[in-house]
Design a protein around this ligand. Sequence first.
Ligand code: PRP
Length: 204
Amino acid sequence: MSLVHSKINKANANKVPPRWRGEVERVLITQPQLARRIKLMAREIEQDFAGRETVVVALLSGTIMFLADLMRHLNLPLRLDFMGVSSYGAGTESGELVITKELRLDVRGRDVLLVDDILDTGKTLSRVLPMLRALKPRRLKTCVLLNKAARRVEKIKADYVGFEIPDYFVIGYGLDFAERYRQLPFVGVLHPHIYQEPPPKKLK
Ligand code: PRP
């Protein structure tokens, strides 16, 4: 575990902005921690993909912030495409997977970097990776910001991982609960009362 990983600790507990204190229990990964780690990930990816045009395939929608920050630091010739994969229903469990947007770029013979925000049960990547492999890319690597190994049910590992995290319900920096909290600039832990209680009527 790198120094960066080990810095996810209780020191962040009191950093939740007042506006979010009712919903966010604590900050798990701060903005500076995200920024530092993502810069390092970009360096690592750059070295591996050097000299080749890379097709970044990002999964909607959780990747938005991570992708934008990672790409800013990737000094490589890039093309970008999105795939939409969603688990039905708003809740803590990954349900049935639905493809909501197909890939448009031709990745045959290309170097492909698949980007996702979190590797949790592994169901999403275990569905998407065979689809991409079937398109015959020259190289296919996976990059995730967060890895929650404790919840894995599929035998999947990512090639690049930003942070190993415990089994907390995390939101922010692109990650949602029922499409909310994606705009938080940090990764936080959601208060259990938020996902244990039904949302108030006006928010439904
Ligand atoms: C989330 C997340 C990953 C996936 C990981 O997607 O963005 O793609 O779950 O979970 P898994 O490893 O258990 O499959 P979600 O379906 O919630 O869609 P979103 O990205 O739009 O939030």
